[in-house]
Design a protein around this ligand. Structure first.
Ligand SMILES: *[C@@H]1O[C@H](CO)[C@@H](O)[C@H](O)[C@H]1NC(C)=O
Ligand SMILES: *[C@@H]1O[C@H](CO)[C@@H](O)[C@H](O)[C@H]1NC(C)=O
Ligand SMILES: CC(=O)N[C@H]1CO[C@H](CO)[C@@H](O)[C@@H]1O
Length: 310
């Protein structure tokens, strides 16, 4: 009895952490690298992503809810949509950065870029097999894997449908739990719908924050399903409702571009340079011609402009 008690005490003792630390220095298991920090993720999202109230709210809510559940009944599947330079890739990196100790270089964060991994549309059957075996293999090694699919609009149609069995609720096979994974799809598909809603909102003189997810969710889903260059063209993943949330990224106004410039200037130790903020933001294209409301490239060209004007 005393022995059992002392073992129990030991295990509620900081000493146990020492054993785990020791174990983790010799092991590269994903349990050791998996160190989610939701607070830091939320802080990063609210402090460093500009003009994206919907993405900030949805991503922090869904990720927190998902990780609090020790045995989720399905994986978390987020699909990011919006024009270039609106912050989609940045938010996906924040996710990796705050989930794993070794951040985006973690061996459990997998990024797929179609032009690199799946360049030729004729080889789609070969890629399907490859992708299926990679995802399966990676999930067997680490149930908490993160899979990021960039530039979905360049993905050969039909390829991601091979993921359908992994994204559903039913899979625990040979002790591999397929329900703990996180998938993030990134694409510009759906941008027409998002930009239209943002423009109408602006023209009506309403606040940006008045745009609700319900104004966009169904429209994005439909646009992405019907667009033959979306990567989700007629996809069974959409038919089966396997995407947890479609996350809209709104087009950025000049004030957001200025915040991007200011923040990047500060990172370079040139915080006070208002002249560079003015010059860089003033050197972007804004659309439509009537009104000049939104930057056509978001914050994408900011580093180059800073180099030029600093
Ligand atoms: C389909 O998506 C692409 C990529 O985002 C976009 O450029 C194009 O305008 C869309 N096509 C239609 C018909 O909406
Ligand atoms: C995609 O759809 C557009 C019209 O929406 C059509 O003009 C084009 O030929 C289609 N492309 C392919 C590869 O099917
Ligand atoms: C074990 C296994 O299948 N690992 C794969 C994980 O995914 C990468 C691609 O991101 C493959 O290269 C690995 O072979």
């Amino acid at each position: 009895m005393l022995a059992v008690l002392s073992v129990l005490v030991l295990c509620f003792n900081p000493a146990c952490c020492v054993f785990q630390k020791l174990y983790c220095t010799i092991s590269d298991s994903c349990d050791c690298d998996f160190k989610p920090n939701i607070r830091d993720l939320e802080w990063d999202l609210y402090k460093n992503v500009f003009g994206q109230h919907l993405a900030q709210d949805i991503v922090s809510e869904e990720v927190a809810k998902f990780l609090q559940n020790k045995s989720p009944d399905r994986p978390l599947v987020l699909s990011f949509h919006g024009s270039t330079g609106t912050g989609k890739t940045m938010v996906s990196s924040m996710l990796g950065n705050h989930l794993y100790g070794s951040a985006m270089s973690s061996p459990y964060v997998h990024q797929f870029v179609p032009t690199l991994h799946f360049p030729s549309a004729q080889l789609v059957n070969h890629y399907r097999e490859e992708l299926r075996s990679w995802v399966k293999g990676n999930l067997t090694e680490c149930a908490r894997s993160v899979f990021i699919f960039d530039e979905m609009e360049k993905m050969p149609p039909g390829l991601v449908d091979v993921l359908e069995p992994f994204l559903g609720p039913s899979h625990v096979v040979f002790r591999t739990n397929y329900r703990k994974a996180i998938y993030v799809f990134i694409s510009t598909a759906g941008e027409e719908v998002i930009n239209k809603v943002a423009l109408e909102n602006r023209q009506a003189g309403r606040e940006r924050e008045d745009i609700k997810l319900s104004d966009l969710q169904d429209a994005i889903e439909k646009a992405v399903y019907n667009n033959n260059t979306s990567g989700f063209f007629h996809s069974s993943i959409i038919q089966q409702n396997l995407i947890t949330r479609f996350v809209p990224f709104l087009p950025l106004s000049r004030c957001h571009v200025e915040r991007c410039v200011r923040s990047q200037l500060c990172q370079r130790g040139s915080c006070g340079r208002r002249d560079v903020v003015e010059a860089a933001a003033g050197d972007m294209l804004y659309a439509p011609v009537q009104g000049q409301y939104f930057s056509t490239t978001g914050c994408k060209a900011v580093p180059a402009k800073i180099n030029f004007f600093l």
